[in-house]
Design a protein around this ligand. Structure first.
Ligand code: AMP
Length: 380
């Protein structure tokens, strides 16, 4: 791979038009690059802030060719492009991260096989091709357990919790496509994640470990740093770096993990792109996850992933939270981010706010409630 950094004014192609592309394009603009977006969606969040857009489907060869012809290097904010589509793009322009990395992250069986092969612990799991195989897997892993689709699952979609033997058949029938994956239930104390970038020369920048709280299966709050023992945080970062190196990654990777109630770290899943749990880095770090992403993709050196502040990030999801925008703008301590989406459908991520604290001053739960104000305080 060419180690020549992309010169200023070059064009970075981003596959996907959502908020991750938007925030990547804003970071790219600050570094003097243009972005060109491939998306089927007119007026997408990413295209609103980019130099160009190809409107078309991710699987349409003509759209892929037109997009690739406009750009110098290609990256992703949406990673579910087919193998044929990735091959077509890679034949025309450098693709970072590589198609192999994207393909691994598209398929839970491939991903878990790769992770375990690299010595990275996950929940115990079995591939499930039939109802009989599901019964065998449950006999070996026990109940409760979590049945998941291997492809296209996000925000808790495509999964079912199995609590009793009666849950097996309906869950197997509902979840598609097959095969599925059965995971042993992880009794977790908290959910954490690590965002790590790896440059073209193999240089690494690893952000601090953060704690994630979900509501209705959607990320609600990220607390930076995670309030876990330093040895566990070091272990989580070491695992993320091991994954990035084993993938020979050029780009950015988020690793979602559980801290088990008996104090171990196990990996849940990986995403080779900027991640919702890294949005706090825009406001709390000199170089955000989006800048790291763009630097890695552009072949630039990575600065250290330093953090000047502690932070709480709160997602704005759906209509009710988006309606709080005037109050958010009127609260000076809240740093507002809105993604330019026209319609606040239920469960849709519309924006986020960040509240910074001096390093070491991240408050406990009551303090977070006070810091976000009465409207945005965490609800049980
Ligand atoms: P995923 O779609 O794999 O990110 O899972 C969504 C959420 O379901 C996670 O953030 C956890 O809260 C929960 N979850 C997923 N897998 C497991 C598991 N094996 N054990 C316990 N909880 C899980």
């Amino acid at each position: 791979m060419s180690a020549q950094p992309l010169p200023p004014n070059a064009t970075i192609g981003i596959v996907g038009g959502g908020q991750l592309g938007r925030m990547s394009a804003l970071a790219a603009a600050r570094l003097g690059y243009r972005c060109h977006i491939l998306t089927p969606e007119p007026d997408s969040p990413a295209a609103q802030v980019s130099a160009g857009v190809t409107l078309g489907d991710y699987e349409d060869p003509a759209a892929l060719a037109a997009f690739a012809a406009c750009v110098d290097v290609i990256t992703f904010e949406f990673e579910n492009v087919s193998a044929a589509g990735l091959e077509q793009l890679a034949a025309m322009r450098p693709v970072r991260p590589s198609p192999r990395v994207l393909q691994l992250s598209q398929d839970r069986v491939a991903e878990k096989t790769f992770l375990n092969g690299a010595g990275v612990p996950t929940a115990p799991w079995r591939q499930v091709d039939s109802e009989a195989a599901l019964a065998d897997a449950v006999a070996s892993l026990g109940l409760p357990a979590v049945l998941k689709t291997t492809r296209l699952g996000y925000d808790g979609k495509g999964q079912a919790m199995l609590r009793t033997p009666e849950d097996l058949a309906p869950a197997f029938a509902r979840l598609a496509p097959h095969p599925l994956v059965l995971e042993g239930f992880v009794d977790f104390a908290c959910e954490i994640s690590v965002v790590v970038a790896r440059g073209i020369a193999g240089d690494i920048a690893c952000f601090d470990v953060v704690e994630n709280r979900h509501r209705d299966h959607i990320l609600d709050l990220t607390l930076a740093p995670a309030r876990i023992p330093v040895e566990l945080a070091a272990e989580a970062q070491a695992l993320a770096v091991r994954v990035a190196e084993a993938l020979d990654l050029v780009g950015l990777l988020a690793v979602e993990m559980f801290v088990t109630s008996d104090g171990r770290v196990v990996v849940n899943e990986i995403a080779p792109r900027p991640h919702n749990s890294g949005h706090w880095t825009i406001d709390a770090c000199p170089a955000s996850q989006f800048e790291m992403h763009i630097r890695a993709v552009a072949g630039l050196k990575l600065p250290p992933a330093t953090r000047h502040s502690d932070a709480v990030m709160k997602n704005l999801v759906g209509e009710a939270e988006t309606a709080l925008w005037p109050e958010i703008l009127a609260t000076p301590a809240l740093i507002p981010h809105l993604y330019g989406k026209a319609e606040a459908r239920p469960g849709r991520k519309m924006g986020h706010v960040t509240r910074l604290f001096p390093r070491g001053a991240l408050p406990g739960d009551f303090g977070i409630e006070a810091a976000l104000g009465p409207h945005l305080a965490p609800k049980e």
